[in-house]
Design a protein around this ligand. Sequence first.
Ligand code: FE2
Length: 235
Amino acid sequence: MFFRYVAGMSTKLRRFIVTLNEILKPKLNESIALSGDELVAVKHDMKMLTCEDLGICESKLSDAMGDSSRTDISYLKVFENAPTFDLGVFALKKGCKMPIHNHLGMYGVVKVLFGSGRIQSYSQCDDMLPTIGKLLDVNLVDDRVVSVNDGSNIVHLEPHCGNIHSISSTEDSPLVFMDLLTPPYDHVTYTISYFDLISCDPHSSKCKLKVVPEPAEFTCGHLEYSVVAKNDLSE
Ligand SMILES: [Fe+2]
């Protein structure tokens, strides 16, 4: 089994969830806007979390992600607190790209836990709703390689800044990252859109994206924690 959960939630993860509740719950009855200080606090605590804190057996990741029976992208639900936030882990096999997608009206924070990858973030130039077939004018606002070993291994998006992004793993290592979304998808109010990159102006940050249906080849497998005794982790 890829993910191992060692009896109960780690203290750091528990503290992080308490912090999220304190900051995010009061937002439910007002506009969801987070202040700069609140974002800093969330990112600070999230940055401290490691594979171990999430009960993920790091020593088995590379082998497990090379398993040909596993989908290229897998998702593990860590903590669900609807309608406030969702906390999960995505695992991408090496050389794999998550299609360009958005998080309409949401905040998101990505924290790399294992490996490294490239994150490209775009902001829409207008408030046009992304319906299939439309062309959107966007600005590329961030394009960087993030690695678990770098100080900058955490990236966030906001409703009007960097809300569209793509994430890909490098050719030499799987990528595992924690994903915080607030508010979470409820699959009724919040919908996800996918995009193809049509063009990028080589002299500026201006790009064009086309709204497309969910790519047929994009499948995301689901993972569950398996509960094991601590001394079984050395298997
Ligand atoms: Fe995303």
